[in-house]
Design a protein around this ligand. Structure first.
Ligand code: XMP
Length: 515
């Protein structure tokens, strides 16, 4: 059992989970606590260090400037990042001001002094880092020294080596900061002296034992889509509570072509899981009729899923829990995980799209994890490569890839185009190089010419992105011949489409899905 841990105090940053993820990648267990819940953090020999996250708050406001004194009283190493750096400085006697010169994006950092935390971090005393702040520390607390500065942050890294307190104005947890992980590594192993004991096998064991405790002797239904996330949840539950588990697979009619057959075969035959299949295609289409607003679509779908799960839970009787494969990016874009302040991008069907009142209690063992971490768990659970490396597919499915109103005719058109795209990606060995790819149907028709006749049909948009975790993404650079081939194939074989376009937007400013 892994006991030693790092506590991450979340002040509402979009990146808090990235900090946790970097800590896990370095082989260390961490727990995130919402800053509002940090009262009387008690001394515990297993807490080896504290990381204070960034956040949208400002230390210049008296109400949000106070750090709970129990954090300092623990007398263990502290690393403050961005807002965490400012609140730490302020509470130890330093000064923080709102600056006229904001720093967003890349900044050049210059090293002015040595520190344990910057070992192997700088290249020739400089480094490129990623900043996102308006406030700056203008006076450092007693006992601290300046380690590095940027053009607009004199105190971009500060340290008190005796007390083992460190403040960093930039974000070492994001990939745009060069060597950011090295800073975190130095903090964990050279400053906190924590042991390297965490891996996906331990994570699997902890998740199974938590699930056992959480569910007791109660019955659970698991929402299974056949993607890697819900498959991992189903297999974890099978190990934790086998006889009390029933998986439910809902065919929304908005799945990829023939997907339902594959899922049923895999889970009933290979994993011998109790699986109920519900074909609700007609119901989904009926409820979505005439709706073109993306958030409305998401909410309708979220509610329908829950309606169906609750309806079937009643049939099975005495079901208390609904388990689902919610991941961290679903949560952060719908709302903050720990309840700290952060802004909503879209309502993922399994989080923000859920109805307010639910009879079943939710179980979401992967809620704080990222896709690639879930894939590693999947390896521990013997999931097949085909499922492990399957591109993510959103719960609302083709409904959020048919822009505007969803109709049966459009679903059919899109299923056919998407199948061609997927098959060609696999044939051309592109599939595994891409994080996620799909075809979408735009709500515009354009004029074309085929043979000698005029056509007036829909436009198909192709999207393929590379990503590490779904939080940021870039478009995939296909060669021109491949794009030409796909465009040709789709227009020639899918009735209803006469034009194909390729989306070259990254995330941000776009998102991976179009709605
Ligand atoms: P976005 O579009 O927010 O997508 O950049 C990030 C990742 O999340 C998936 N996604 C969803 N998954 N329910 C899901 O299960 C949803 O409502 C949902 N919306 C987006 C998306 O496919 C991408 O992998």
């Amino acid at each position: 059992m892994v006991r030693e841990k790092i506590v991450i105090i979340d002040f509402g940053s979009q990146f808090t989970q990235l900090i946790a993820r970097k800590v896990r990648e370095l082989g260390v267990y961490s727990e995130i606590i919402n800053f509002k819940k940090v009262k009387n953090l008690t001394k515990n020999k297993f807490i080896k260090g504290i990381i204070l996250s960034g956040g949208p708050l400002t230390v210049t406001n008296k109400k949000t400037a106070k750090l709970d004194t129990s954090i300092i009283n623990l007398k263990i190493p502290i690393l403050g990042i961005c807002y965490g750096h400012q609140i730490l400085s302020k509470n130890l006697g330093g000064k923080v001001k709102s600056s006229k010169k904001r720093e967003f994006g890349r900044a050049v950092l210059k090293c002015t002094s040595k520190s344990t935390i910057t070992k192997n971090f700088f290249k020739k005393k400089t480094n490129l880092v990623w900043m996102s702040h308006q406030d700056i520390v203008t006076k450092i607390p007693e006992g601290f020294k300046k380690i590095a500065s940027s053009a607009n942050s004199k105190f971009a890294i500060i340290s008190n080596e005796n007390k083992k307190y460190y403040g960093i104005q930039f974000h070492p947890e994001v990939s745009h900061t060069r060597n950011g992980k090295v800073l975190i590594k130095n903090f964990l192993f050279d400053v906190c002296k924590i042991k390297h004991l965490w891996n996906s096998k331990k994570q699997k064991e902890i998740l199974i034992s938590k699930l056992k405790k959480q569910t007791g002797n109660n019955k659970v239904i698991c929402a299974l889509s056949g993607g890697v996330d819900s498959s991992v949840v189903a297999l974890l539950l099978q190990k934790a509570i086998k006889k009390n588990l029933t998986c439910i697979f809902i065919n929304t009619g908005l799945l990829r072509k023939n997907e339902e057959k594959e899922v049923i075969k895999t889970f009933r035959k290979k994993f011998k899981i109790k699986l109920v299949y519900i074909n609700a295609s007609k119901l989904f289409l009926k409820k979505l009729r005439g709706i073109s607003n993306p958030e409305k679509k998401r909410k309708i779908i979220g509610k329908l899923f829950i309606y169906l799960f609750e309806k079937y839970a009643k049939k099975i009787k005495k079901i208390k829990f609904l388990a689902q494969g919610t991941l961290y990016p679903d949560v952060i874009e719908s709302k903050s995980v720990t309840g700290s302040p952060s802004s909503k991008i879209k309502s993922h069907h399994n989080v923000g799209g859920l109805p307010k009142k639910m009879k079943l209690s939710l179980i979401e063992p992967l809620r704080e994890l990222f896709k690639d971490e879930v894939r590693k768990l999947g390896v521990q659970l013997s999931l097949s490569k085909a499922i492990l490396h399957r591109h993510p597919f959103p719960g609302p499915g083709l409904a959020i890839r048919i822009l505007g109103k969803v109709t049966k005719e459009k679903v059919e058109i899109l299923k056919n185009a998407d199948l061609i795209f997927m098959n060609e990606l696999i044939k051309s060995n592109y599939y595994n190089k891409i994080w996620q790819a799909y075809a979408a149907l735009l709500p515009v028709r354009t004029v074309g010419v085929m043979g000698d006749s005029r056509t007036y049909e829909y436009t198909c948009l192709l999207r393929a992105v590379t990503s590490e975790d779904g939080m940021t993404a870039d478009f995939f650079n296909f060669n021109r011949t491949f794009l030409q081939k796909i465009s040709n194939k789709i227009v020639n074989s899918v009735e209803g489409i006469n034009r194909v376009v390729y989306d070259i937007t990254s995330k941000p400013p776009g998102t991976i899905e179009l709605e």
